[in-house]
Design a protein around this ligand. Sequence first.
Ligand code: NAD
Length: 478
Amino acid sequence: MATAGIDFASSYRLSIGGELVEAAESFDVYNPATGAVLAKAPAGTVDQLDTAVAAAKAAFPGWSRLSWDEREGYLTRFADALQAQSEELTTLLTLEQGKPRHSMAKGEVEAAIYWVREVAKRRLPREIIEETEQHVVETRSTPLGVVAAITPWNFPVLLGLWKIAPCLITGNTMVMKPSPYTPLCTLRFGEIAQGILPKGVLNIVSGGNELGQHLTAHPDIAKVSFTGSTATGKRVMESGAVNLKRVTLELGGNDPAIVLPDADYKDLIPKLFWAAFGNSGQWCIAIKRLYVHSDIHAAFVKEFVAYARDRKVGDGMDPDTDLGPIQNRMQFDKLKNLFADIAANGYAVPLGGTIDESRAGNFVPVTIVDNPPEQSRIVQEEPFGPVLPIIAYDDIEDVITRANQTPFGLAASVWGRDKAKAYEIASRLEAGTVWVNEIHIHGIDIPFGGHKQSGLGVENGREGLSEYTNTKVVMTAR
Ligand code: NAD
């Protein structure tokens, strides 16, 4: 298949030790908008993974000895090369992931390139923390060694480069394993990197989940940076214990949003809609429970449904599409199961609720569930699809308790005109990020990570950079 001058059927190869390498076997990657095979991806073997780890280990001494400025130079050239191919990467992202090309895919690729360029400028300088007549004490942030990066299928480009940039600028080398559902963009930016970075600094091996498991138990991996589900995150931590690997885990969420009775809710509706349904809800920090005060709940639902009804679900290559398909059949089937539960329990569904299986592709309609019980699956589980419960509440104390009553703690938001009140509520929500009257702002210098079972550690910010290093103390007697 050829689109916009690139041949997606052309061979995708692993990046190992600076070489582009074939695999004996391959697996199919599907276009979720059509259900057709988009391309074949190399199924790397455990032996190839071991070779990649060995290459990263061999590259580590040279790479870690470079100055920060030298490494910044490499990363800036990598960002330039990604920029030069950003149109192709954007198209490929839409074709393998499903998200609309003109909006979500373009935004993801642009943000990812910006991240590489900006993170490359960050530094963790040595600090003198004590200077006495007896001695001088300094702290340094030293690289860990070989890092394994394991990524999911919802934002494969951004989440991949969120790991590569801080890992490499701090002097580590990497072996990355993308999700088997969306390996293509990652394999392509691996290829791009091989023309720029020293051999073995960045290795990309695609294949099944067993490769992820092998990496997390590998004795030559010093750290695992993992983004994915909470269930897999727990397995990563367990197998990483073998050599006390450092782990950063960015996991699932069930983010509450609380709309206070004084909110200008009519103005908020588009913002709240996109915060829940952007990327078709396949977003760790999507609003997944929307609590609206009972004074305004009925009117809010009516207006929200009116806005949502006009959004178009379709092929992400169509410029009129607002929301793309669900990325894979496994997730599509999970949503079917959840929709069956909503129907079986007779919850009010003022919009959507019925999946048309005669349509090719994994399309799920925008679905709103009006005031389901707190203990329902649609409120308690992370749906990871375009379905949102809008729940009425009367009492602020009660809604704070309900918002916090979850094993997750990724993010949350509070919306209201009384800023002091909204801020006070935000202080009591148990989440790694709480937004007040805004949402989904990220920044190079803003740490991001989950509380409770939404994760361990953070990405981004000085703290995120530090997680790719050990703290080393050097004391010198006078
Ligand atoms: P997943 O856990 O199924 O897979 C994630 C990655 O782990 C894939 O690359 C997969 O091949 C690999 N993997 C599978 N089994 C493994 C094992 N035993 N050991 C090591 N690696 C293994 O998650 P997913 O379905 O791809 O992604 C969706 C989930 O990711 C959602 O729960 C979502 O909330 C979460 N997520 C979190 C963030 C965040 O920043 N907190 C961001 C995006 C997605």
